[in-house]
Design a protein around this ligand. Sequence first.
Ligand code: NAD
Ligand code: USQ
Length: 405
Amino acid sequence: MDIKRLNRKKVIIIGGDGFCGWPTTLHLSRQGYEVVIVDNLSRRNIDNELEVESLTPIKPLGERIKVWQELTGHKIRHININIAEDYEQLLQVLNDEKPGTIIHFAEQRSAPYSMKSPRHKRYTVNNNINGTHNLLCAISESELDIHLVHLGTMGVYGYGTAGVKIPEGYLEVEVITDKGERVEQEILYPTNPGSVYHMTKSQDQLLFQYYNKNDQMRITDLHQGIVWGTNTEETKLDERLINRFDYDGDYGTVLNRFLMQAALDYPITVHGTGGQTRAFIHIQDTVRCIQLAIENPPQKEDRVMIFNQMTETHRIEDLAKMVRELTEGEIAYVQNPRKEAAENELHVKNDLFLSKGLKPTTLNQGLLREVSEVAKRYAHRADLSKIPARSVWTKDQQPGVPEER
Ligand code: NAD
Ligand code: USQ
């Protein structure tokens, strides 16, 4: 492989039109990276399918890119490819562009959407696993020494690990051989996905292990927690650069949903008892972490580098109470439409990002208020009928609808 052929300051962002991808695109463009977005706009089509829109009025991708260039002089290009299907075109893009880094955001990322029906389960598996494998295969076939940075999820670990601090990807185990000798071994932390979506991320991990071992591919897998917030320093520069704000029962993530619900005088929908504990990260830290990951690539001989991309953990009920205090909202304990533990502890290591210089943005009243104000500003765009989580994990479960709605 000829390292010199690569443009180290060029980044292909696959999924660069999405919630995490768009602010990352702008952040890296501002930092002097040449950015090419590859995105088939499937997320916008899913909005059409679900008959829902981002709470914030997002502009077409072409307009977003034009506004950014007018404001900053930085050029961004967009190539419309379905990476799960258009293998030859994807390979051509890699050979033409020769990027130093590819960031892979392009997966169907909603757990409830992945559980809606057999069609949604199959779409999620086909899109996510084929997309990831096509990308690995294309990098291998191109013979370019590209660093692949993938957005994975904390959900691959499962959440029921009382008393165990979740390590960054790997677990040291002691194996007893048939001669009775104790041998130390490092294995991938056993996966325990909670939805078809999370299962695809578990499968991704094996694909990375294999290509890393076979092709010495340089891969960083970021096990990200639930992202909250909407805007970043760059998306705030002009309303036409605004980021998505998903609030519906399929794509809205929990803290943003709670803030939006309270802002709209809708009951805060806690699933079950709210004893579930989850890992969180603010969108501004997402983009910072990705820059840190790009700038600290693994060496060719290294194993897949896994970072836990999260800054704090919270119980869902505690978040609901925090939002209630901030906004005087009301909490509704609704049926849990998911199959998940009613209560769990969660302790997570995130030493790698801290060691690379991340200064975590943790939950604070100012930031919560900022999201709540965005929700209030665009409240008139909300369709209240889209708020309840209606996708159930098994047929005998009930949707998460507050009683009076
Ligand atoms: P998103 O749905 O907003 O963005 C994904 C983007 O990828 C969309 O623009 C979509 O059009 C594109 N895409 C999907 N499939 C594609 C394909 N086959 N070919 C080309 N483009 C395709 O999702 P997001 O919230 O920005 O999440 C990005 C990544 O981060 C996902 O992999 C997700 O699993 C991961 N992640 C997200 C969160 C979160 O809270 N949002 C948390 C942890 C991890
Ligand atoms: N929940 C509620 N009320 C709601 C919505 C959700 O109580 O109105 C609960 C859910 O039951 C769950 C928790 O909040 O226990 C988190 O749900 P979520 O939708 O915010 O997060 P999740 O489905 O796990 O998925 C999101 C992203 C996904 C990412 C994942 C990171 O959509 O792409 O991988 O967060 S993690 O959770 O760490 O695996």
